[in-house]
Design a protein around this ligand. Structure first.
Ligand SMILES: O=C(O)C1=C[C@@H](OP(=O)(O)O)[C@@H](O)[C@H](O)C1
Ligand SMILES: C=C(OP(=O)(O)O)C(=O)O
Length: 433
């Protein structure tokens, strides 16, 4: 939904090639998994360098409401688990991780847990998760709608067992069930039956984090995940930087022929943002990783991209913005599921880039983007943090772009406008710090 009353943010144009080091906060996906697993654990956990932005604050609030103690410590939060409490209401905001990961945990509560979220959240697919929970022995009242709002009737324990779902609309359906599965009486076996599940790295992330906490997970067979019942070990964990949120900053280097460095870039990770190294190189950038610092240098050439982004869908908005400024056509494929993200991202990207004079067509499963001269205009963000980032990226090289509702970037970055100003050397922030 477009909030036409939201303020317009004049996107700064780059005064020249950017040259900056960008320190990113923790990954949304790693932070919210770490918080859920800590709330289910056998003792207090430390989550260091977490993301503190809207999606993770919503997760913290949800877990606190359900009984967990979550206190700030120097470099993060301490999570002290407690019996899961019912009789509470949870605000999911627009966070997919909250609306898909928390209901399976709430099923362990000793009473009703009511879920609702932003108006746009009520459009995001949920029915698969709710039906799966019913199969596993949980009672849920969703008025037959399969979307927010709904009430999970916690009964203090969940039988668990086997369930077959179609997770082609979101990998989060699988991840949500797996994260709470060790606490179900019989554990859980999830089978997927349908078109391919998107965002495989995010499922690998879920499996890896369960195993790091001593949970037995069998993912050897394609499209089947078995989680044994048992304790979730409390751990002291350091969250990696959010590599998907590196995308707009790295794109700035590519577009302006500049250089952007991101420290603490992990050598090995389950984050899909790792693919930016390959994708940006294919778009013409020089990319290197030395001593944990990723450096992206623009070469003055921005090439189009022909890529299947099925596994890394959340990178699409920024890549589409880059593609719109490229000299050759792009075909972004395998991303039909983006229609169920914060907004219908395929429709939104086509409308907004075309609104600036671009030449984008939606395909059944993606976007075709052809080079076209871009001009000033309003870039609507549809309450979607990554749409707003895409508008900011185009504004670097297209004078007169105004991004509507830049504040929506606070979903996963506490101060994107400030970081953007620092990138361009426009504030007290020191881009070379
Ligand atoms: O599990 C996660 O942390 C996520 C999974 C992906 O969801 P989809 O599989 O719905 O694309 C991704 O797009 C989202 O940003 C975060
Ligand atoms: C799809 C995204 O978010 P969510 O976790 O709300 O699904 C995203 O961050 O790109």
């Amino acid at each position: 939904m477009t909030d036409t009353t939201a303020p317009l943010w004049p996107a700064p144009t780059a005064p020249g090639p950017v040259d900056a080091t960008v320190v990113l906060p923790g990954s949304k996906s790693l932070t919210n998994r770490a918080l859920v697993l800590a709330a289910l654990a056998d003792g207090p956990s430390l989550v260091r360098h977490p993301l503190l932005a809207r999606d993770t604050r919503l997760m913290i609030d949800a877990l606190r409401a359900l009984g967990a103690g979550i206190e700030p410590v120097d470099d993060g939060v301490r999570v002290t688990p407690a019996p899961v409490r019912g009789g509470v209401a949870i605000d999911t905001g627009l966070a997919g991780t909250v609306m898909r990961f928390v209901p399976p945990l709430a099923a362990l509560a000793d009473g009703d847990v009511r879920f609702d979220g932003d108006p746009q959240a009520r459009l995001r697919p949920m029915g698969t998760v709710l039906d799966a929970l019913r199969t596993l022995g949980v009672s849920i009242d969703d008025g037959g709608r399969g979307v927010l709002p709904f009430t999970v009737a916690g009964a203090g324990a969940v039988p668990g067992g086997e369930v077959t779902i179609d997770a082609s609309a979101s990998s989060q359906f699988v991840s949500g069930l797996l994260l709470s599965a060790p606490r179900y009486d019989k554990g859980v076996t999830v089978r997927h039956d349908g078109k391919p599940v998107p965002s495989q790295p995010h499922i690998d992330m879920t499996v890896a984090m369960l195993r790091e906490r001593g949970v037995e997970v069998d993912d050897a067979a394609a499209n089947t995940w078995r989680v044994e019942p048992g304790a979730v070990r409390a751990v002291d964990t350091v969250v990696e930087p959010d590599l998907s949120n590196a995308a707009p900053f790295l794109a700035a280097a590519v577009l302006t022929g500049g250089t952007v460095r991101v420290p603490r870039w992990p050598a090995a990770t389950t984050q899909p943002g790792a693919e930016l190294r390959d994708l940006l190189a294919r778009m013409g950038a020089d990319v290197s990783l030395d001593d944990g610092v990723l450096t992206v240098r623009g070469t003055g050439t921005v090439l189009g991209l022909d890529a299947d982004l099925h596994d890394v869908g959340e990178l699409t908005p920024v890549l589409a913005a880059l593609a719109a400024a490229a000299t050759t056509p792009s075909h972004l494929r395998g991303i039909a599921h983006l229609r169920g993200h914060e907004t219908d991202r395929l429709a939104a990207l086509a409308a907004e880039i075309n609104g600036l004079g671009g030449d984008v067509t939606e395909t059944a499963d993606g976007l075709d983007i052809r080079p076209a001269p871009l001009r000033a205009g309003v870039f609507h963000s549809y309450a979607d943090h990554r749409l707003a980032q895409a508008g900011a990226v185009l504004g670097l090289v297209v004078p007169g772009v105004q991004v509507e509702d830049i504040a929506t970037t606070s979903k996963t970055l506490a101060d994107f406008p400030g970081m953007w100003a620092a990138l361009l050397g426009r504030s007290g922030g020191d881009p070379d710090a």
